[in-house]
Design a protein around this ligand. Structure first.
Ligand SMILES: Nc1ncnc2c1ncn2[C@@H]1O[C@H](COP(=O)(O)OP(=O)(O)OP(=O)(O)O)[C@@H](O)[C@H]1O
Ligand SMILES: Nc1nc2c(ncn2[C@@H]2O[C@H](COP(=O)(O)O)[C@@H](O)[C@H]2O)c(=O)[nH]1
Length: 232
């Protein structure tokens, strides 16, 4: 696929991927674009369908709201919320790069979502579980693979409980998946880097360090374009 090399963020549910992602998208506006996944799970309070930073021009056009109002209403971590039937149809039609069943729900990355970000010359960030990582490895996407891990399963459980988004049943399913994810992340060759998210600021600094090269490459490419465009 064309465009700058994408970034895959993975790691157990509750490890802090979205928290780090939101900081990154805010600090590097115009550099990164979030790939909005599809899911069959119910939206959480505050989540809305199909909203992602890459939908911004559409939102601005459709709502005619002041830019600041639209920006404050845009979350970087929402989904296209769909029924199982719709999702399965899309998968059957070959519209997805990868898809997985996680904690009783379907999740997937559509080709259109990736292309949407890449068409804007942004570095496309995907947030997927470990099954997604394995499936993406079979494609030609060629991303940088980053695993965000919690300091321990006990701390992960506390973070998930404190987040108050899960029922006891879904929390237990997520912890079960987390144990497997934490084991697999130790296998050499799966991830380019594993970041332990203990202190948030330290984890964020490490993430930025890993992404420095691709951030610089994109910014240089944009500067080159600006230079040539401004030539008389
Ligand atoms: N370093 C940290 N220290 C303490 N709490 C944290 C830290 N990082 C994230 N959290 C908190 O832990 C909770 C889980 O974080 P977050 O929602 O970002 O995880 P996630 O990996 O994106 O989960 P999911 O995959 O389920 O979306 C949030 O309430 C967040 O505020
Ligand atoms: N394989 C995929 N996994 C995905 C995708 N989008 C999100 N996820 C992962 O699902 C879990 C749970 O997410 P939550 O929002 O319900 O807490 C988490 O590990 C995500 O990384 C996807 O498109 N494909």
């Amino acid at each position: 696929m064309a465009g700058p090399r994408p970034v895959v963020l993975s790691g157990p549910s509750g490890a802090g991927k979205s928290t780090l992602l939101k900081k990154l998208l805010k600090d590097y506006e115009g550099v990164f674009g979030f790939c909005v996944s599809h899911t069959t799970r119910n939206p959480r309070p505050g989540e809305e369908d199909g909203k992602g930073l890459n939908c911004l021009p559409m939102l601005l056009g459709a709502t005619l709201l002041p830019v600041a109002d639209v920006l404050s209403s845009v979350s970087s971590e929402d989904y296209h919320f769909v029924s199982r039937e719709t999702m399965q149809q899309g998968i059957n039609n070959g519209e997805f790069i990868e898809n997985a069943e996680f904690s009783g729900n379907m999740y997937g990355t559509s080709k259109a979502s990736v292309e949407d970000v890449q068409a804007q010359n942004l570095i496309c960030i995907l947030d997927v579980d470990i099954q997604g990582v394995k499936n993406i490895k079979k494609t030609d996407l060629n991303p940088i693979y980053v695993s965000i891990q919690p300091p321990s399963i006990e701390i992960l459980e506390k973070r998930l409980r404190d987040r108050q988004t899960e029922t006891e049943e879904s929390l237990q399913k997520r912890l079960e998946a987390a144990r497997l994810d934490m084991e697999l992340s130790k296998e050499p060759g799966i991830f380019d880097i594993v970041i332990i998210n203990d202190d948030l600021e330290e984890a964020y600094e490490k993430l930025k360090e890993v992404l420095t090269e691709c951030i610089n490459q994109l910014q240089e490419a944009k500067n080159d374009i600006l230079f040539y465009v401004s030539l008389p």
